[in-house]
Design a protein around this ligand. Structure first.
Ligand code: PEP
Ligand code: MG
Length: 751
């Protein structure tokens, strides 16, 4: 339980490089835990050895010299058995290994604690004290708290150690295949339009490396490089502050690797010496960046792989600042990023750096990248057209989200048309739609409209468009976007902000829904052959209790003094539900014992997303405080159709007899038990489904906040009586064809 500010972000910002950061971090740890010495051993996954990287109190000359395997010493034992090792007179322990160069003999008490980033082991913290009374429980807890925050920052430092060698010059090969594309077709995330010059960031053929821009000048000197470096540093500091303000839930320390690298001698220092020795500044930037890309690319660790994009990003910024052209921010304004693959965290960084749009190779796309792109309001076009790889740095691109097409170097008349369209689109988006406080059918039935929130940045729209609460907060986004687990404290801040901003209106916090297509880059890859049927959502939480408890405690603390609703995703039985609720009770007890302010009586709900939950909907309705039907998943599990698989997209439909009948049964079960029920899947905003839902008894819908005005407008034209007749008719129909003809819609075409 994080009870004090145990953050290391201030040190990350102030440090002059990696070594300096680590030294200061161990100094702070020793002071806060109250020990005479503190040392950090980092673990190398390839050699499987722990190396002393920083110390406060042991001989500094031992740094980089002492190295041990997991079979050696009490430090190795702590990581091998993943536990705290505490000893008084450690020399008496047979596992103790003496390193004379460390000058350890003077200490009588010892404690070692493994450090993780998520579930990836990063190293071990070893504490020593001259007194022989040992370390007490309070010190262990304090160290645990600090170690979890340090873990987040350490991932970046570890990466920089992996790239210690001086770079050898290499020449990137920007040449792509011969066939040049003029038009690329794909699928867009929204109806936005973007125009700009291409910047290649992906790992596709021809652009795995940073490329020299076509308009580069080779006359830059060492002093212009130093100016560009200083400017880049200042810009990233501003950017970090700005993103923390606007995207506080997902962007904490998101640019920390950039800052650390810019200050690190083996990165910017090497560039500077190369320039001093006669290499033109842009070439030095490209060569050092590509050296990093090459070395990082060899690492099997997904955490390190992820840093490749950071390094290229930084190279891009340095080059732009070196060119001093009309880009005062050195960022992606006026540019469209072309990439083969993007992690959610990379998408956030690119959007924060003002890219106009993103063109992404389709196989790199995932459902959460497109959900996120919508929330970040950046147009993204996914395409599996290999012609994407023929795009060159500096090509002029238009990305048209209306038709799902991207134009490469179009004629000036086309560009003029799209510039106008883009201007109109932006103006229309700024006009606030007229929305009423309450939504009523034309015969007076109130229907409550709430918002589905993915990022805190969705909240202002929800409030402006008068959402009557948050019907679903997808808590996984801060987990997916960042590259490590958010701490309890960080989660608490997000949930608290959400509850306070909604000013007394209902807020439903859903516990972590990862697995399926929502993968965490910092968790070891799973070998599940059916991830949607695997360790997903509540199943993941029930298997990872410490992660679950941290989240529940953060939610309970955030709900202090307010009504709090906690929702479990993918419940498959009453037993799952009871087990999950039991953990809420455990956390309430923990907080009460620790005298931490919290909400001791949260309302607990179950998501109905599985056919099995539908079969026990009555029992779930009886035991829970509310039900929420996640129809996006329910449809896929009822019909056996993967919601993310394009090949079967025509079979994924809610206009199916099984869906209507199941929904009717579930709604009836809830109504019979007087348990509030809402719909929070996409069908809640679908004009073909809303009359059925209202007719079947639904009084609460939770939708993408941007759709609130159109949903309200549609409902205001409906009569409850007609909806009831409509719903009764639909559940009588036994075939898709009959339903299509009744609704007046075409059968979806096969892909
Ligand atoms: C759903 O399944 O309908 C739902 C709202 O959850 P998600 O889309 O986040 O899986
Ligand atoms: Mg779902």
């Amino acid at each position: 339980m994080a009870t004090q500010n145990s953050d290391f972000s201030d040190l990350l910002h102030k440090a002059s490089g990696v070594q300096d950061f680590l030294r200061k971090a161990v100094g702070r740890l020793a002071k806060r835990v109250g020990s005479d010495a503190c040392s950090l051993f980092l673990y190398d996954h390839v050699s499987q050895r722990l190396t002393l990287r920083a110390t406060e109190g042991l001989n500094p000359k031992a740094v980089g010299v002492i190295s041990l395997s997991l079979e050696e010493g009490l430090v190795g034992l702590a990581l091998r058995e993943q536990r705290v090792v505490r000893e008084t007179q450690p020399v008496n322990n047979p596992q103790f290994k003496l390193f004379p160069e460390a000058k350890e003999e003077q200490f009588r008490s010892f404690m070692a604690l493994p450090v993780f980033k998520g579930s990836t082991p990063l190293g071990v913290l070893a504490l020593h004290d001259r007194q022989d009374k040992g370390f007490d429980e309070a010190q262990v807890n304090r160290l645990r708290d600090l170690a979890s925050s340090l873990g987040a920052a350490l991932g970046d430092a570890q990466m920089l150690f992996d790239v210690a060698q001086p770079p050898e010059p290499r020449t990137p090969s920007p040449d792509g295949p011969v066939q040049r594309a003029e038009l690329i077709r794909g699928r867009a995330t929204g109806d936005g339009v973007a125009l700009g010059q291409a910047v290649l960031l992906g790992d596709g053929p021809g652009n795995a490396y940073l490329v020299l821009p076509p308009d580069v000048s080779f006359h830059e000197t060492k002093s212009s490089f130093q100016r560009a470096l200083k400017r880049s540093l200042e810009q990233i500091e501003v950017l970090q502050k700005e993103t923390e303000r606007t995207l506080s839930d997902v962007a904490s320390l998101i640019f920390s690797t950039h800052l650390l690298m810019l200050k690190d001698d083996s990165f910017s220092g090497t560039m500077e010496s190369m320039i001093g020795a006669g290499t033109p500044a842009p070439a030095a930037v490209v060569q050092v960046v590509n050296q990093y890309v090459e070395i990082l690319g060899k690492s099997p660790s997904p955490l390190i792989q992820e840093k490749i994009q950071d390094v290229k990003d930084l190279g891009h910024r340095l080059l732009r600042n070196l060119r001093k052209i009309d880009h005062p921010e050195g960022d992606y304004s006026g540019q469209i990023v072309v990439a083969e693959e993007l992690l959610p965290s990379e998408l956030v960084k690119i959007a924060a750096q003002h890219a106009e749009g993103i063109l992404l190779f389709a196989t790199g796309a995932s459902a959460h990248v497109s959900i996120l792109a919508k929330s970040l309001e950046i147009p993204v076009l996914f395409s599996d057209d290999k012609a994407l790889f023929t795009i060159r740095e500096g090509d002029f691109l238009i990305l048209d989200g209306f038709s799902g097409v991207s134009y490469v170097n179009p004629a000036p008349s086309v560009t003029t048309q799209f510039r106008q369209l883009s201007r109109h689109h932006k103006e229309a988006a700024l006009q606030a739609s007229a929305v009423h406080d309450k939504t009523l059918t034309n015969d007076g039935q109130a229907i409550r409209l709430l918002a589905n929130i993915n990022l805190l940045s969705d909240l202002p729209v929800a409030k402006r468009l008068k959402a009557e609460g948050v019907g679903l907060y997808r808590s996984e986004f801060p987990f997916i976007i960042r590259n490590d687990f958010p701490t309890e404290e960080e989660q608490y801040k997000v949930y608290r902000k959400l509850i306070l901003e909604m000013e007394g209106q209902e807020v439903v916090l859903r516990t972590l829904d990862i697995g399926g297509d929502k993968v965490l880059s910092y968790m070891p890859p799973t070998s599940e052959s059916n991830p949607f049927l695997g360790l997903r959502a509540i199943r993941f939480s029930l298997r990872n209790i410490s992660i679950f408890h941290e989240q529940l405690r953060a939610m309970l603390r955030a709900g202090h003094g307010h009504e709090l609703r906690i929702l479990f995703p993918l419940i498959s039985s009453l037993d799952d539900f009871r087990e999950a609720r039991g953990h809420v009770e455990d956390c309430v007890r923990q907080l009460a014992e620790a005298k931490v302010p919290h909400n001791a009586h949260p309302l607990i709900g179950a998501m109905i997303e599985l056919p099995s939950a539908c079969e026990v909907a009555g029992e779930l309705a009886q035991e829970s405080d509310f039900l929420c039907v996640g129809t996006n998943d329910l449809v896929q599990y009822l019909l056996g159709v993967d919601r993310t698989n394009e090949a079967v997209s025509n079979l994924y439909t809610a206009y199916h007899p099984a869906v209507y009948r199941t929904l009717q049964r579930v709604i009836r079960a809830a109504v019979n038990h007087d348990t509030p029920i809402s719909i929070c899947g996409e069908i809640a905003a679908d004009n073909y489904m809303i009359p059925f839902l209202i007719g079947a008894g639904i009084r609460k819908l939770s939708v993408n906040p941007k759709l609130l005005p159109q949903v309200q407008n549609f409902i205001e034209g409906l009569s409850l009586r007609n909806c009831q007749v409509h719903a009764e008719k639909l559940v009588q129909m036994g075939s898709l064809a009959e339903i299509h003809s009744y609704l007046g819609i075409e059968a979806p075409t096969k892909p």
